[in-house]
Design a protein around this ligand. Structure first.
Ligand SMILES: CC(C)(COP(=O)(O)OP(=O)(O)OC[C@H]1O[C@@H](n2cnc3c(N)ncnc32)[C@H](O)[C@@H]1OP(=O)(O)O)[C@@H](O)C(=O)NCCC(=O)NCCS
Length: 301
């Protein structure tokens, strides 16, 4: 007899067990699950559905809502069923219940994954093929694709001495972001980049050392690159160079500074998350496409 109720803090160890068994392509931990699920800024307890069978957590469907007063978007952030309990309708029951709640709350569309800045994946990793089949069987259609790229950190030394000397003759200062930059950097980020990137880059100030590198000229920020923000540990991004200054190697220098750091922190590889310019990373780091995600969507009518 399956019972569905809201996930609570004391369920986190059971959630960790379930995710570890059901999602073998990813690495989970209690702090990560707490940060992404219960402590995420827009946490909605009634959208965190957990299915229990005789005291065992057999499935979860964890969703969220983003956006302001005018437009909101609802998305499933993570769903999984215990391998031994599959093909018995557990996920179907969780999905029906979630869709019912969201319809009642006035949502007209449900997306699977995405939900930056605090998110698990930019879509369903296509290698979780049963998940794709399950969603298609329930009327969901592919709406977007995203990729991650992987970098072998041992492959290069990521030395930037020469490039930084060249940029310095052009008036650029390359340095790690500092806590005292918070206000001015935050203001530049808000003006120049999207709200998701602002949130992610500012989160990097919580890390020690701070995990953002910046390029300045005439005292103004011109480019930034962050890692270990809100994606999985070892994740690179976001990054951006002022559009008028692209093509001068600034982005590459900042990216290589991050690679130096990650290597020093003991990471063997870096995952460039939700990658935009594939060729940039292929050239700057011999990175290769390592994960492909499909975002899926359905109208709730
Ligand atoms: C995807 C998943 C949640 C499905 O859970 P489930 O409880 O087994 O799903 P249901 O029993 O409700 O399946 C309903 C329908 O989905 C489809 N489906 C589910 N698993 C399938 C599979 N392995 N192959 C093909 N179709 C499948 C079928 O149409 C199925 O109906 P049927 O059994 O009558 O043929 C489960 O396989 C899982 O936990 N996978 C790993 C987690 C994951 O990939 N999550 C995505 C990241 S967000």
């Amino acid at each position: 007899m399956i019972e569905i109720r809201d996930l609570v803090s004391s369920d986190l160890p059971a959630l960790l067990d379930l995710c570890t068994r059901a999602l073998p392509l990813d690495t989970f931990s209690l702090p990560l699950l707490r940060a992404r699920v219960l402590d995420e800024p827009e946490h909605q307890p009634h959208l965190q559905l957990a299915a229990w069978d005789k005291g065992q957590l057999v499935g979860v469907m964890l969703a969220g809502v983003r956006g302001g007063a005018d437009e909101t978007s609802a998305a499933i952030r993570l769903f999984a069923v215990e391998p031994a309990a599959r093909r018995q309708g557990v996920a179907t029951r969780l999905l029906r219940e979630l869709e019912r709640i969201l319809q009642r709350d006035g949502h007209r569309r449900l997306t699977v994954a995405q939900q930056a800045p605090v998110y698990f994946w930019p879509g369903v990793d296509v290698r979780y093929t049963p998940a794709i089949c399950f969603l298609e069987a329930n009327g969901y259609e592919r709406s977007a694709e995203a990729i991650n790229m992987e970098v072998d950190l041992a492959r290069r030394d990521w030395d930037t001495t020469e490039a930084e000397a060249r940029l310095s003759t052009q008036g650029y200062e390359i340095r790690r972001l500092r806590d005292t930059d918070r206000e001015s950097f935050g203001a530049w980020m808000c003006e120049a980049w999207n709200p998701t990137w602002v949130y992610e880059a500012l989160e990097s100030l919580k890390n020690d050392p701070v995990t953002t590198w910046v390029a300045l000229r005439d005292g103004a920020y011109r480019a930034f690159a962050s890692y270990d923000c809100t994606a999985f540990p070892g994740g690179f991004g976001p990054t951006g160079t002022d559009p008028s200054l692209r093509g001068q190697g600034i982005g590459t220098v900042l990216f290589h500074r991050c690679m130096q750091d990650m290597r020093a922190l003991g990471y063997a590889k870096c995952e460039v998350c939700w990658t935009g310019p594939v060729a940039f990373y292929a050239k700057a780091a011999d990175a290769w496409i390592s994960r492909v995600f499909w975002s899926m969507q359905k109208d709730l009518v």
